[in-house]
Design a protein around this ligand. Structure first.
Ligand SMILES: Cc1ncc(COP(=O)(O)O)c(C=O)c1O
Length: 439
């Protein structure tokens, strides 16, 4: 039987999982993936690859869930750390003092510039952003929060309020005090930031907006405006942190020091969820009167702290960073070759290290390429707030020689997308696809 034939034959146990998922987790997701011929359930996983539950499809991961799998799937070193941690520890108790949290926070402070010395731990990125915005409001005594149109900071309370309307509308009225401006336009920010502004929150390279690398001078101008008007600069490094951009922190490319840095995703090593909101020393004073005013039961779980500490050790190693930058050059060259070959479909590459986005012909092309990439054994997803861009975030630990393999598959996927796109121009078929698969 051909590979395609084997792929189509679904085992009874996988069928059962799909049915249970449909009946008890999300019927919408099942309908969506079935409609687009992507009946994939994560099964085996290892390094850069994830396999389907049936073992019939194996994808190279160019999505990495926004950086969760920076160090690959099931990184053995991290698994060993976690296993060893369980010999003596568990989640711990967030109300008490903790050696594991203290050690990790100290390590983060050592790796951050200036007085970014304190860390509040969380479980998810949205929670970490919520806390960043709470700190900004409490410290400044002001209300207004400015964020970027098309940016994304999570689906929880304040993080959701800082995001685009489409993620909020069904859930009730917007909270007061939130304003969005065009990313990259310093005049727009200058017009909005005032003496009631508590904070400006930006991703270093907004991912959901389509890997929008900030224009020259933009982030330094934002820093200056915040300092002038007494607002705090919050930089969301949930995707760009931990070496993704070729430096440990993405903001280092732009010679700025934020007042608050949010870390998530990759800090977990893909093994144990943990996030960090890192704040300058003076900001910690807001917790002096009542240090229990912000609590997260599972935030900074002790076994997770051990994993995160090892993630930091690996990611801050200069050899590791040199490897990331070597990979980034290889991707740049590989994509340039494909751009020349497919010049009417692939228009360019947005890139800061291995934070990459393929610029495609139009808004139909991102969803189409996501599908044909899947058909050619690549997991790659278009940017939800700009579907003309396909995000490309490979594992940072991939081998240099694997770049050729990725380019071969991408070449075929683009070829197939070019053939499929005109068919899918029949609008209705695509409409269901655009806007449903987040990030
Ligand atoms: C830049 C950024 N910030 C925050 C978040 C929210 O993180 P979480 O999904 O862990 O709540 C995400 C998630 O995709 C993100 O990409």
């Amino acid at each position: 039987m051909s590979l395609a034939g084997r792929e189509k034959k679904t085992s009874p146990s996988k069928k059962e999982s799909i049915q249970n998922f449909s009946e008890h987790v999300s019927s919408g997701k099942v309908a969506f993936f079935e409609k687009y011929g992507m009946p994939f359930i994560m099964g085996s996983r290892d390094g850069c690859y994830l396999g389907d539950l049936d073992g019939k499809k194996r994808l190279f991961n160019l999505h990495c869930n926004g950086g969760v799998f920076n160090l690959g799937h099931r990184n053995q070193e991290l698994i060993d750390v976690l296993k060893q941690g369980f010999d003596t520890l568990d989640i711990g108790n967030g109300h008490l003092m903790s050696k594991a949290r203290a050690d990790l926070a100290k390590r983060i402070a050592d790796l951050m510039p200036e007085d970014l010395n304190y860390t509040v731990f969380g479980v998810g990125g949205g929670e970490a952003v919520d806390l960043a915005l709470k700190v900004a409001r409490a410290y400044t005594g002001r209300e207004k929060i400015i964020s970027a149109k098309g940016g994304y900071h999570g689906h929880t309370g304040l993080a959701m309020a800082a995001g685009d309307e489409k993620y909020r509308v069904p859930f009730g009225p917007q909270m007061p005090g939130f304003v969005q401006v065009l990313f990259g336009d310093k005049d727009a920010l200058a017009a909005e930031i005032d003496t009631d502004t508590a904070g400006v929150i930006l991703e270093t390279v907004p991912a959901t907006l389509g890997i929008a690398v900030p224009p020259e001078g933009y982030l330094p101008a934002v820093r200056e405006l915040c300092s002038d008007r007494g607002a705090l600069l919050i930089i969301d490094e949930v995707q760009t942190g931990l070496g993704r951009t070729g430096k440990l922190w993405g903001f280092e490319h732009f010679d700025i020091v934020p007042d608050i840095v949010v870390l998530g995703k990759g800090l977990s090593g893909g093994i144990y969820p943990i996030t960090a909101t890192v704040i300058r020393t003076p900001l910690e004073t807001i917790f002096h009167e009542d240090p229990f005013i912000h609590v997260s039961t599972f935030g900074g779980a002790e076994v997770g702290c051990l994993v995160a500490k090892r993630v930091l050790e690996i990611s801050s190693n200069p050899e590791f960073m040199a490897h990331v930058n070597e990979l980034a050059r290889a991707f740049d060259q590989g994509v340039e070759k494909l751009r020349k070959k497919h010049s009417r479909f692939l228009m360019g590459l947005r890139q800061l290290g291995l934070m990459m986005g393929l610029e495609l012909k139009d808004e139909l092309s991102g969803p189409v390429l996501s599908k044909t990439a899947y058909d050619h054994y690549l997991l790659m997803v278009y940017a939800n707030n700009d579907p003309s861009i396909c995000q490309m975030l490979p594992p940072l630990i991939m081998k240099l020689e694997d770049v050729d393999l990725v380019m071969e598959r991408l070449d075929k996927a683009i070829g197939a997308a070019k053939r499929l796109r005109p068919v899918l121009k029949i609008k209705r078929q695509v409409e269901g696809f655009v806007g449903k698969w987040k990030h």
